[in-house]
Every structure is written in structure tokens, then in C-alpha cells.
Design a binder for this molecule. Structure first.
Ligand code: NAI
Length: 317
């Protein structure tokens, strides 16, 4: 099988000075793409800045015969990062929103500053880069976006309310980008990676980190942003050789007539049904929910205590 190539394409990798971003940048640089290596060069808590982080990676890509240019802006000035791609290479094909920081602290002690900084870098930063790339993607009817979520966002994680909120935002953002981008061949996917980096080196044991090389997140991203990919709006968990798609699951649920018989007591009576995952479905859009509302509205006043089996039939209980 021939290797996946990205010749003639321009890839922007944010936070490419270390960790996962560095692994993406080196990979795309070695597979024919021109890479914009963005990195603010601050600490993992978002303090300070330096040009060194990006410069080192650009030098490494060039030394290996690849094409790369550095950008030192914060992702919150994403338009400037995309401008570097356009001014240097005349286009942008792939955007990997990867830059990130942590401000872990228990919710009790969380300050507005800890909250704002995390939301700014992850949410606003991803938005600013994607927003600036979007007109180019639409015009050329081609674009690939990877956003970066986290298990902390999907499942919650002690001491990370700010980070969890920001990371789950990446899921909704991606799912909507995928819907709006579909007709322009713009694909957007979101990954929840796990890898050894300065972010994780203090919280995970060395033997586990040994098996979590950032390089092992790269193959999934490489496949998702390739020109032949058709995957969009998907969520993946990836790290250490494990790759799995995640999706929303809705319990088979309870459907009651929405009238004055719909009381807390009526709900409580059939509470188990609300969280019964036998025969669950996997909704992909708000329309699925609207269809349920429609069914509820059409129930006759005497109907109560009905469950949907999601084959479209309503069964009396
Ligand atoms: P890292 O700290 O090694 O790399 C992040 C890079 O982003 C750094 O080089 C940093 O200088 C840069 N950066 C930070 N703020 C920036 C800004 N405002 N503008 C431009 N660059 C900025 O961390 P790692 O582990 O490689 O993380 C990459 C992404 O993956 C992050 O979004 C992180 O939240 C996410 N992630 C990582 C996990 C892991 O296990 N390493 C787990 C889940 C999510």
C-alpha cells in the first residue's frame, strides 16, 4: 500500500512547538505538505511567550527536506496565523486546532482568570483559527479541520471544570462545522487524545507515559484530514495504539402526552424508563428530538405512559 501523502497542501498546526502539535507538524512536513508551525511558546499554564518553540520545529522540518514557516501568535489571534499561511503559501487546506493550556484547580478555588484563560485559548482560539480559514475553505470547496477535545470534557475530571467545559465545547463546535461545511467538502472531526507531553508528565506514571507517544495519535489525524476521507462530524478517542469512535446514546425513553397529566409524579412513576438503554438510539441532530415532540403532541389526551421503541412504533405500558 502506498503511503498517504499531502503534496501541494498547506497545513496549519496550532501549538506545534511541542507534544502532539510537534508530532503532527513533523509528520505533515515529511509527507509533502507545507506546514505553518504555530506556537506562542509559553508555559503549560499559559504564561510567557517565546519564538523558540516554533523555530526549533521549523528547523527540524526543513533539515529533513520539508517546507515550514513559523508563526508565534496566540491562537486567540487566529486570523494572523491563517494570514501566515496565505501570505507564505497562498492557501490553506488543513487546520489542526491543537494549542492548549491547563489551569487545574478545584472548583471551590477556581478564579475568573483561570476560567477565562482556558475558555479563551481552547474555545476562542479554535474559533478564531477556523473562522479565518473558513472563507478560503468555502471558496476552494475544500477544507479539513481537526479540533481537540479531551476525556476530561467528555466525562468530567476532578479539578478541571474550566478545561472540561472548554473541551466539550469543541464537540458541539465540530459537529456544527461538519454540518455547515458538508456542501463545500469541508470535513471537521474532533479527537480526545491521550499522550505523553509536558501536560501529562506530572500526572501520569512514567511506565504509562512510555506507552503514550504523541506519534501514536498522528495516524488517526492523518487519515481524517486526507483528501480521500469522507468522515465528518465524528468524535474519536485516541492514544497509545487505541482508536475508537464515540457517539451520543439516547435511552429508549418515556413519551407522555404533554398536557396537565404530565406531572412530576407521572414522571416518577416510570422513572426507570427514562434511563433504560435497552434499544437505545444514537441521535445525530436536533431533528431527531423534534420528531419525538411531534409524536408527543399528536397523542390523544387519554394517552399516558407510552414508550417509544425507536423502530417508530409507540408501545403502551
Ligand atoms: P503541550 O503543552 O505539549 O502542547 C501544547 C502547545 O500549545 C505548547 O507548545 C504551547 O506552547 C502551545 N500553546 C499554548 N497556548 C497557546 C496559544 N495561546 N497560542 C498558540 N500556542 C499555544 O500539550 P499536548 O499534550 O501536546 O496538548 C495538545 C492538545 O491536546 C491540547 O489542546 C490539549 O488540551 C489536548 N489534550 C492532550 C492530552 C494529553 O494526554 N496530552 C489529553 C487530552 C487533550
Amino acid at each position: 500500500m502506498s503511503e498517504l501523502r499531502y503534496d501541494g497542501q498547506v497545513v496549519v498546526v496550532t501549538g506545534a512547538g511541542g507534544g502532539l502539535g510537534k508530532a503532527y507538524a513533523l509528520f505533515f512536513g515529511s509527507r509533502g505538505a507545507s506546514v505553518v508551525v504555530n506556537d506562542l511558546g509559553g508555559s503549560f499554564k499559559g504564561e510567557g511567550n517565546s519564538t523558540k518553540a516554533a523555530d526549533v520545529i521549523v528547523d527540524e522540518i526543513k533539515a529533513a527536506g520539508g517546507k515550514a514557516v513559523a508563526n508565534y501568535n496566540s491562537v486567540t489571534d487566529g486570523d494572523k496565523i491563517i494570514e501566515t499561511a496565505i501570505q507564505t503559501y497562498g492557501r490553506i487546506d488543513i487546520l489542526i486546532n491543537n494549542a492548549g493550556i491547563l489551569r487545574d484547580i478545584s472548583f471551590k478555588n477556581l478564579s475568573d482568570k483561570d476560567w477565562d484563560l482556558i475558555i479563551d485559548v481552547h474555545v476562542k482560539g479554535s474559533y478564531k483559527c477556523a473562522r479565518a480559514a473558513w472563507p478560503h475553505f468555502r471558496k476552494q470547496k475544500y477544507g479539513r479541520v481537526i479540533n481537540t477535545a479531551s476525556a476530561a470534557g467528555l466525562f468530567g475530571s476532578f479539578g478541571q471544570t474550566n478545561y472540561s467545559a472548554a473541551k466539550l465545547a469543541m464537540v458541539g463546535f465540530t459537529e456544527t462545522l461538519a454540518k455547515e461545511g458538508a456542501k463545500y467538502n469541508i470535513l471537521a472531526n474532533v479527537i480526545a487524545p491521550i499522550a505523553a507531553s509536558r501536560m501529562t508528565e506530572t500526572v501520569m506514571p512514567a511506565d504509562i507515559l512510555e506507552n503514550l507517544k504523541p506519534d501514536w495519535v498522528v495516524p488517526l489525524v492523518a487519515v481524517l484530514v486526507h483528501k480521500d476521507s469522507q468522515e465528518s462530524g465524528s468524535i474519536y478517542e485516541v492514544g497509545g495504539g487505541h482508536v475508537a469512535k464515540l457517539r451520543w446514546e439516547r435511552a429508549s425513553g418515556l413519551l407522555l402526552k404533554a398536557d396537565d397529566t404530565y406531572t412530576p409524579g407521572a414522571l416518577l412513576k416510570q422513572w426507570d424508563q427514562i434511563s433504560n438503554f435497552n434499544g437505545a438510539e444514537h441521535p445525530t441532530g436536533p431533528a431527531d428530538f423534534l420528531a419525538l415532540l411531534d409524536k408527543s403532541m399528536k397523542m390523544s389526551p387519554g394517552d399516558k405512559g407510552q414508550t417509544l421503541d425507536f423502530t417508530g412504533k409507540v408501545a403502551l405500558v
